[in-house]
Design a protein around this ligand. Sequence first.
Ligand code: PLZ
Length: 444
Amino acid sequence: MSEQTVALERKIVTAIPGPKSQELHAKRLKEVSHGVGAALPVYIDRAHGATLIDVDGNQFTDLGSGIGVVTIGHTNDAVVAAVQEQVAKLTHTLFTVTPYTPYVDVCELLNKYTPGNFEKRSALFNSGAEAVENAVKFARKFTGRGEIAVFDHGYHGRTNLTMAMNFKAMPYNSGFGPFAPGVHHVPMSYPFRDPEGMTGEQAAARAITYMEKRVGASNLAAIVIEPIQGEGGFIVPAPGFLRTLGIWAKANGIVMVADEVQAGIARTGKWFASHYEEGFEPDLFTIAKGIAGGMPISAVTGRAEIMDSSHAGGIGGTYGGNPVAAAAAVAVLKQIEAGGVLEQAMRIESVLTSRLGAMKAKFPVIGEVRGRGAMIAIEFVEPGTHNPNSGAVDAVVKHCHQNGVLVLNAGTYANVIRFLPPLVISDEQLHDALDVLEAGLANI
Ligand code: PLZ
């Protein structure tokens, strides 16, 4: 879709959802599994930049990016061109049968831009969950150990192993077990809810004690952590937490895995969120979402000796690193490499934190504003307490949706609204969306 064809501003022309969306939704309910949810059942026809256009002609400002996927913007010109060119040339061989170039190019770029000044390798997959599964495979193979530590409030996917790694039973896991064994849930650093003044080092000591006593360091293959938790509500651990865990992991031969599926690829204003914590040097990274402008592709990147520990043929999958998705990823990564994209995330951070900070001062339902770059959230409480207030979130989200602003909720207590706008959103479009949010807050 070209920008010239339609002005990309927020515009609501029917009830939400509109009549065509309602009709499609009725059909969907007959045809699509009801286990597949729908946060806002407006049926999207096309999109560009930070604007979604539905089948009724309503235009939404997208503050969710399909959960942090179209970081580079909807229908980014370079991504569209790369996909169009590649799809006409080669759509599939299966990389482990006969290879092709874009796969190798993606690996080269990821090896270069992930934190850590050591020799790296990458392997490509289709989804975030698949990347996490494979990071665990690499860590187990390399260490010869079986146990895995993950963190409270964490999220890692919907496959059997990654369900075992999720914190929240509802909606992700409930009724779908039994789950893969060998996964241990460890206390996270959650500054807003931890004892007042708890440092990152103290929170890490709490987690380490748990791992030592409950699991035993020598049994652990990997610690898997989101450097900023996504579904958990953009929980940024206290400074020192990640570094201390990493040092302990290294001292005990445990592979440190940073799940950067949501926080990675320019989202936080750096290539990866792990870059923010000095002295934190994960061994492996899981990467997906923002890497390819909406094309399904994911990666595990990390230390060569870990990534090479599998026998040939141990790692793979029919579609992993598909040529068209890989071409899209190269187009995204090259734009970040060319410069300016990280700055866009920092521009968004300054608008979001100043506007949301002002709203926090005005509306006591906002307990905290947190996050980095274009990954910012507000946690809702009952005024004057830390008690979660999911009712306020529901009301504000509904107001935003009715008025053409797509926001997403998050959090263990469903009491967080998260903002993940495409980085191309203009200040004007962002302010306009935040005006809608503010009106919603004034209404509850
Ligand atoms: N790790 C940190 O955020 C995906 C889930 C959407 P997949 N988060 C969005 C939903 O409701 O299913 C995610 C993540 C982190 C792993 C994953 C899993 O990535 O591409 O959804 O498999």
